[in-house]
Design a protein around this ligand. Sequence first.
Ligand code: PRX
Length: 653
Amino acid sequence: MSEQHNIDNVMHEHRRFEPTEGFRQRAHIPSLEAYQSVYRQATEDWEGFWRKQAETELAWMQPFTSVFERDDHGVRWFDGGTTNVSYNCLDAIIAAGQGQRTAIIWEGEPGEIVRLTYNELLQQVCKFANVLRGLGVQPGDVVSIYMPMTPELAIAMLACARIGAVHSVIFAGFSAEAVADRNNDASAKVQLTADGAWRRGKLLPLKQTVDQALAKSSTVQHCVVLRRTGQEVPMTAGRDLWWHDLMSQADDHCPAPALPSEHPLFILYTSGSTGKPKGILHTTAGYNLWAKLTFRWVFDWRPDDIYWCTADCGWVTGHSYIVYGPLSNGATILMYEGAPNHPAEDRIWDIVERHRVTILYTAPTAIRAMISWGDQHVEKHDLSSLRLLGTVGEGINPEAWMWYHTKVGGERCPIVDTWWQTETGGIMLSPLPGAIATKPGSCTMPLPGVVPAIIDEAGEEVTEANQGGRLCIAKPWPGMLRGIWGDPQRHFTQYWEAVPGMYLTGDNARRDEDGYYWIMGRIDDVINVSGHRLSTIEVESALVSHPRVAEAAAVGRPDALKGQAICVFVSVKGGEPDEELRQALKLHVRKEIGALAVPDDIRFTPSLPKTRSGKIMRRLLRDIAEGKKEVKQDTSTLEDMAVLAKLHENDES
Ligand code: PRX
């Protein structure tokens, strides 16, 4: 293999953490051998494995007749069968005698707390399902959801699932334009929203945004408005209806209809750190099975856990690991409405302490923010209830991982660094916490049934350890995306054509000598310096390991001599950056990685441009590094336009 085809591994990370004996003893999968045995079963008798899992994990109204079929129209899992996701998440748990168990503990930003048992949640879901039916929603119709993180958001999702309506949840921070685009793309029939939401002590005008969006969403016939903040909002007669009015008249009896395995469950527009948002489609049985199993495997869930995922239901993490995965296991979930730093920077730890949270699942961007806020906020609280920590959404820099491990986990909690995508429906690569030793920065091993392959640019599988290439998945799995809404061709060209027979993830990865996977960032983000292909995360992790660096993003810019030069954007902590720090950072990277990766430009910035789900948007930084003055790219997913303006300003000064 020529050098050009590979991505150089320049990261030297040798720390390794075994699961503690105490954790192992209670774990569902308690050893590496146990993991390897399940993994082998899943690959050696692939069909048999999935048949058995589907038969035992889901309630079937009609049993399926085949496990997997593929033809020109796509794939079909568990064909011939009928089930209902809402039934699996509610009725099945109640039928197992767990109706009195708390399903949701909700905390609003101002501090109110609501608890719902599985019985109560089912009652609410049935009522709202009847409300939707009353508004003319039929199976297959799209319901657009633009709501704050309240129990009603989960209720709305489950109510759609119950009657076979397809939900499209749009994160309630998106602009009116973004909501209208998504509504039009999906031909949404009904809009759900709230008068407003609380964020950092302020009211967000959700209804106002929706009114602007609906002026451009011609397919939407009704808008149901939850009263959350009590602020005055205009209601359009004939179109807008209050949630509480409709619920007060709704019947709480709504048996779950039998839906075919491939009935569409939801569309979710991807956060789009690399381009125009697209509506990823997931369907009923396969998705439900994948969310349920992966939740239990990865979080090693047990009934007495208080599980908190800090994501918003507007992202796939919220779909799979707040709603569908946990609830179909009968878990108790914590949902929090607001900002992590309101009223103070210790809100997360305060919630963990008060609710005795045992499992915490969050994103590297949140961890980096907490590090920069200072250890005193963590140290103030008793976090002894925690037994497992997780991360998702981006690679975690090893130093941030170590902070999470020591400061939050008290060195006793395993960390599951979970790699997956909106498209994969659920976690694909992750430590199983009782079985697989962790290494900071590695998502470790594939889950049972997941067969990863690293493919070089010639289309050959990379077998040598530590050689980076394109991460592909060589076998279908039940949670796989079924298509892009309204654009079946794009689905094939984007994901299945580049490497025949395999799913192309769009990320690069390497596998080390122990078989551990290390995600190296998006394919488009690779920096090519003098024939060496460097991954962004490795340069960034070297920078983040310097005590003055809070966050870093590395991109390539054209360079006549080297092909590309490395340009890094760095935000610092502990005072204003100066030339001395710039030189110190260059030396630091040289020491950590080597001369090859020393940045040509270091640009200091107060913050980095991120998607609304917290991912660094490197494609925008590439333009700035190249000196492009105009933003021609799609910026609808950018969280804060001001950050971009500031970067352009810095560029000019
Ligand atoms: O690049 C990978 C990164 O996030 C992408 C998927 O983003 P999205 O569809 O928004 O889903 C986010 C929640 C699953 C991936 O292609 N990514 C996600 N998790 C990790 C990660 N990169 C490195 N390590 C991870 N654990």
